[in-house]
Design a protein around this ligand. Structure first.
Ligand SMILES: [Zn+2]
Length: 396
């Protein structure tokens, strides 16, 4: 077995790992680099079989639905077999209406926990793992008598942290471990050890000390965080109002454990931008489906002391205009670095002018952006260990 890391060895995200057994090959993840701007054209990595048919190439296995792990899949030749979790596919399809970059690739099959997938001489066994992306997997690859374990993005502090222990057990007796390392440290400060339970408790305290609306800004596809905010709202005796994007993604999971319209204590608000998307597409059934639990701007103002809100930060201005954030607070529940970018600066200015406090309740390691030179490295897996490692920092 041979392994070539085309990207992701010396930067966070943008992962692409080619695994070969003799002439046969597969690719694990096909991410768009986090350092690439939205308008940047990023070519496919130089792997035969991605852009044109090649009988020795047996497919692409995507560990989870984050752009830095699947974002280049839309460039693949239509004959390439692509695999991703079934629920991850549903989440991406639901998200695409609101976020066109969240396109799901056309899949040849779906990943299921501990159900092996045969791709030519390779057996790929997915292990459901704890990550902020829904339906995320680590991947055990077996071929030519060798075993490679690729963790994908992992964490041990989320709502599914028990999966981390299972993963440690599964990764034993492998020849090579390829591991995510966004936040690997010998020792962590208390802030770096924050768990989803800590975020929930912090939110409960904020809800108790805030007379008005508490608006939490997060990613609509971070469903662990939805569970966290919903639990905090219920513990505080408040109704959680989610935006239509969040409600749509939660419903698409078809999981009774994920808070969604129909849950007691959950309502839906349709922000202006999402109203325009519905009007332009004439898909009015999207709002009809939440009519029974829908709230309007005036409700957010009059009921503000009894509500928490979860949505995207683009809703901040209309929450201020509606009077919803009078006596309220905004909780930033994303990577702090986004607040230093232009949209983040605008948000901070808006809240400062409206005299709305901006708080931070988040865990580390769920999403990090860092600029770095691309790198590529190769290793051969033989005699039960990696016997050579070569890194070429100049290759892009
Ligand atoms: Zn990820």
């Amino acid at each position: 077995m041979q392994v070539r890391i085309h990207r992701g060895a010396h930067e966070i995200g943008g992962n692409c790992i080619e695994v070969a057994a003799g002439q046969d090959r597969i690719v694990l993840d096909l991410g768009r680099p986090l350092s690439a701007g939205w308008d940047d054209v990023v070519p496919l990595p130089d792997v035969s079989g991605l852009a044109a048919p090649d009988p020795t190439f047996h497919g692409v296995v995507l560990s989870h639905p984050h752009l830095d792990h699947y974002g280049l899949a839309e460039l693949l030749h239509s004959d390439v077999s692509v695999f991703l979790g079934a629920e991850a596919e549903r989440v991406l399809k639901a998200a695409a209406f609101f976020s066109p970059i969240s396109k799901s690739p056309r899949l040849a099959g779906t990943l299921q926990d501990k159900v092996p997938l045969k791709l030519g001489p390779f057996t790929v066994t997915p292990y459901l793992t704890d990550h902020s992306a829904f339906d995320a997997y680590s991947l055990l690859v077996e071929a030519a008598g060798r075993r490679l374990f690729y963790t994908g993005d992992i964490r041990g502090h989320g709502r599914k942290s028990r999966l981390f222990d299972r993963l440690v057990a599964a990764a034993r007796d492998v020849d090579v471990l390829l591991m995510e390392g966004t936040n690997v440290r010998a020792e962590a400060t208390p802030a770096q050890r924050t768990t989803e339970t800590d975020v929930e408790n912090d939110l409960v305290n904020t809800l108790a000390s805030t007379p008005g609306l508490v608006a939490v800004f997060s990613s609509a596809q971070n469903l662990d965080r939805l569970v966290t905010v919903f639990r905090a709202a219920r513990r505080s005796g408040r109704t959680l109002v989610v935006d239509l994007y969040t409600a749509t993604v939660a419903t698409a999971t078809d999981r009774p454990s994920i808070p969604q319209p129909g849950f007691e204590g959950l309502a839906v608000y349709v922000p202006q931008r999402q109203r325009r998307l519905v009007a332009d597409s004439k898909e009015f059934e999207r709002v009809a489906a939440v009519a029974d639990v829908r709230m309007f701007p005036e409700d957010l103002a009059t009921e503000r002391g009894k509500l928490a809100f979860l949505g995207t930060s683009s809703t901040a201005a209309e929450l201020v205009d509606a009077g919803g954030l009078r006596d309220g607070a905004v909780v930033w529940s994303l990577w702090e670095g986004y607040l230093k970018q232009p949209a983040g600066t605008r948000l901070r200015d808006l809240l400062a002018e409206a005299e709305v406090p901006l708080l931070h309740h988040h865990t580390l390691g769920t999403r990090t952006r860092r600029r770095s030179r691309s790198a590529r490295c190769c290793l051969s897996v033989s005699a039960g260990r990696a016997d050579s490692l070569r890194s070429d920092r100049s290759v892009r």
